[in-house]
Design a binder for this molecule. Sequence first.
Ligand SMILES: [Zn+2]
Ligand SMILES: [Zn+2]
Length: 216
Amino acid sequence: MQTDYRKYFENIPICPHCNQELSCCEAPPFHIGDGLGWGAEVLYICLNDDCSLFVNGWAQIEEQYGHSSSYRYMQLPNSKEANLMMVGSEDAFKGSVINLEQVESQNVRFQMEKQAIADLDSAIERKNLEPVMHLILDEAAAINGRKRAISMLVPINDLSCIDAIRNHKFRDTSLESECNIAIGRLLKANYKKECPYCSELIKSQAKTCMYCKKDL
Ligand SMILES: [Zn+2]
Ligand SMILES: [Zn+2]
């Protein structure tokens, strides 16, 4: 299950040092110092490089501890408590900022995946290739759903699946080879083959391709 981060964007706190909105960051799994978790999925951190806390922190830490670091202001969700996080560079935590737009698009994608998995139950009976193809071509979908979808290609027996699969770049080569096996069976069941020169579907007994006219 993926985390739904949307709720953390409803009330984003303001930095008391620079009055800018804090950034919603994925919480690192451990406290740097004591090995305990934060007990929170996100941290609100002021990543404004012009924030007075951050700008003045370098000199303060240099003077107090003699090393090159500064502070970022941080609040936990559901707490007004002010925390200071020591950072060694301007870039610290910037890679963990959660982007709401991205969260929402992932969420839409996830809902569509869920719907497609539900639709698989009746896909064979209704000869419905749509949820099957949706899952096969969704690289972010869970592997089990995608494998189940591939297993339905032969029973649904619709040759129109071939082009989309052939044009898809699979990250997982085992899925790709399962697709290849299924397409092989599908072609055989329909007495077809793919022309080795132009990839069009032709009769399995054809001696000449009707599309590119090449001899086979
Ligand atoms: Zn600030
Ligand atoms: Zn051909």
